[in-house]
Structures are given as structure tokens and as C-alpha cells.
Design a protein around this ligand. Structure first.
Ligand code: ADP
Ligand code: MG
Length: 290
């Protein structure tokens, strides 16, 4: 018995939905188009969604399947937001964003199938030096330039190292997780796990394109210190302190400060400005080496 109506973790021997035996690997099927997916392993199990590695029989490639938690799937708002994540991904075309493959829904589950990015998460990768970390953030700024300038601009709102994957071939930073599902949580405090990366205005329910620049700055802090940006944040001055003591060069600290000003209007006004700032930094570094 290998067919199954929904993905099940490989360590589980009975279907999570109806309890039938899973002697082989679970297979799921999009009821609308008949496409089939073989579930191979669980990538990540968050509070609100589970991500699986699946084999896509249609295109004969490994893909990623993301489904929302059944508890959330019963909430209209969560379903709407997950559908939005799928719709957004489908509308995007950029090598810094995974390709959309399929989306289907039924009463109890919602599944999104997307391109598998072969690479490592920036949460785990340690940059060789500041130049490498800034180079990654320059690639992110170019993705943001694309997203922010779409006819219907997209603010990602959840930029952080675990939502960035460095693709191996061709080498390219890829931004994942376009779900705003996290904003609808049944468990208060679930979002706190990644607190420290998002901007202060988001805590008040506001987001601007500058909120993404703030998160780019806090991601840079993590990449260069391996510590949560919270460790350096002063709630009194609303600034990050002690970054130079943690080994970040004065020039880069000044860039981080510019990106993470408390007031969004004090931050760069668009992604091109961020690209310019980071490019100038890299050019100066190169001159120092020559
Ligand atoms: N397209 C993808 N390619 C490779 N790995 C992915 C992809 N999408 C998600 N993942 C992996 O699954 C994890 C969880 O996915 P994500 O979309 O960030 O969900 P969550 O909303 O739970 O954070 C990611 O941190 C990453 O390790
Ligand atoms: Mg994520």
C-alpha cells in the first residue's frame, strides 16, 4: 500500500489522516489535474506548516511540498493567506525565488509544490569574511528590487537567515517562504522564535518596503556574529550597539545602522539605494586589497 491521500513523515507507519497503513512511501495526488507526488522525507516542521521533499512524477524531479497544519487549514484566514502565498509564488519569475509548480486544496489540507533549491540555508552557512556576507546581501537587495517594483509590489516581511538559501549551481541567494500564514497563529508567541530580525513597525502591524531593508540589516548582524540581533539591540536607544566589539568593521556597522534606523523614513528609500550602498562597500574593499 503506497498510495496515500496526503503526505506522511517517513518515520510514521500509518496515515495521519485516516490511519491506513503506509508500508511504502506516501504518495499524494492533486485531485484537479491528477499530478502525483511521492513523499520522501520531512524537511522542516514548523509551528504552522510542514515542508516535505517529494518526487514530482509529472516533471520527474525532486520538489518541495509545503502544507499548512491541519489546525490552521480549518481557519478561513489561514487558508486565504496560504492561497495568497501560492498565488504570489506563481506570479513571480526570478532566479532568486523558487519556481511555482502546483497548488491544491481540499477540506483538510492545503499543499504548495515548488522548485527544490539545492543549497544551504544562510542560517547554517558561515561566510568566509565580510565581503562574502555583503555579497549575499547584495543579491538579496536585487531580489527585493524585483519584488518591490512589481506592478503590485510585494513586501516579504519575513527576511531572516532561515528563509535564505544559497543555491550551489549557479551560485545565487534564493529567498523562500512567501507565507504570511505566520500572522495568523493559534498559539500566541509562536512568532517570537525568530524575533530580532523583523522591524519595530511590524510589531505594530505596519510594514513598508523599508521593513525588508531592516531585516536585511539584522540578517547581516547574524551572519557576521552568529548571534541573534536581539543580543545587540538597545530598547532604550532603539539601536544596535557593540557590533564593532563583536568584530564587524566600522564601515559595515555604519551601513547596518543606516538599514536599521528605528524610523522607516530614515532608512534607504528604495532597493536601488541599498544596492548602491552595498556595491560601494564592496568596491572599496576590493580597492583596499589591490
Ligand atoms: N524551495 C525550497 N527548496 C529547498 N528547501 C526549502 C524550500 N522551501 C522550504 N525549504 C526548507 O524548508 C524549511 C521551511 O520552509 P519555509 O517555507 O521557510 O516554511 P516555514 O513557514 O515553516 O518557515 C526552510 O527553512 C528550508 O530549509
Ligand atoms: Mg521559513
Amino acid at each position: 500500500m503506497t498510495d496515500c491521500c496526503r503526505p506522511n513523515p517517513p518515520c510514521v507507519h500509518f496515515c495521519r489522516l485516516d490511519g491506513h497503513s503506509l508500508l511504502g512511501k506516501g504518495k499524494i495526488r492533486n485531485p484537479d489535474n491528477g499530478y502525483e507526488y511521492e513523499v520522501l522525507s520531512v524537511f522542516a516542521q514548523g509551528g504552522m506548516s510542514t515542508t516535505y521533499l517529494v518526487y514530482n512524477y509529472q516533471i520527474k524531479k525532486l520538489c518541495v511540498l509545503k502544507e499548512i497544519d491541519s489546525e490552521l487549514a480549518s481557519m478561513a484566514k489561514a487558508r486565504e493567506l496560504f492561497q495568497r502565498e501560492a498565488r504570489i509564488l506563481k506570479s513571480l519569475s526570478h532566479n532568486g525565488v523558487p519556481d511555482f509548480h502546483d497548488f491544491f486544496a481540499s477540506e483538510n489540507y492545503y499543499s504548495l509544490i515548488m522548485e527544490m533549491i539545492y543549497g544551504d540555508s544562510l542560517q547554517r552557512l558561515i561566510p568566509r569574511n565580510e565581503t562574502e556576507a555583503v555579497g549575499w546581501m547584495l543579491e538579496l537587495a536585487k531580489i527585493l528590487d524585483y519584488l518591490h517594483n512589481l506592478p503590485q509590489p510585494i513586501i516579504h516581511r519575513d527576511i531572516k537567515p532561515s528563509n535564505l538559501i544559497l543555491r550551489y549551481h549557479p551560485s545565487q541567494v534564493v529567498l523562500i517562504d512567501f507565507g504570511a500564514v505566520k500572522e495568523v497563529t493559534l498559539k500566541p508567541g509562536t512568532r517570537i522564535a525568530t524575533a530580532g530580525f523583523s522591524s519595530p513597525e511590524q510589531k505594530k502591524g505596519l510594514s513598508f518596503i523599508q521593513s525588508d531593508f531592516y531585516a536585511l540589516g539584522t540578517t547581516l548582524i547574524y551572519l557576521l556574529t552568529r548571534k541573534s540581533p536581539n543580543k545587540f539591540y538597545s530598547p532604550v536607544t532603539h539601536k544596535f550597539t557593540g557590533l564593532e566589539d563583536a568584530g564587524i568593521s566600522p564601515g559595515l556597522v555604519s551601513i547596518i545602522n543606516t538599514l536599521t534606523y528605528y524610523s522607516p523614513s530614515d532608512r534607504p528609500s528604495n532597493a536601488i539605494e541599498v544596492i548602491d550602498i552595498l556595491t560601494k562597500y564592496l568596491n572599496n574593499k576590493n580597492k583596499q586589497i589591490i
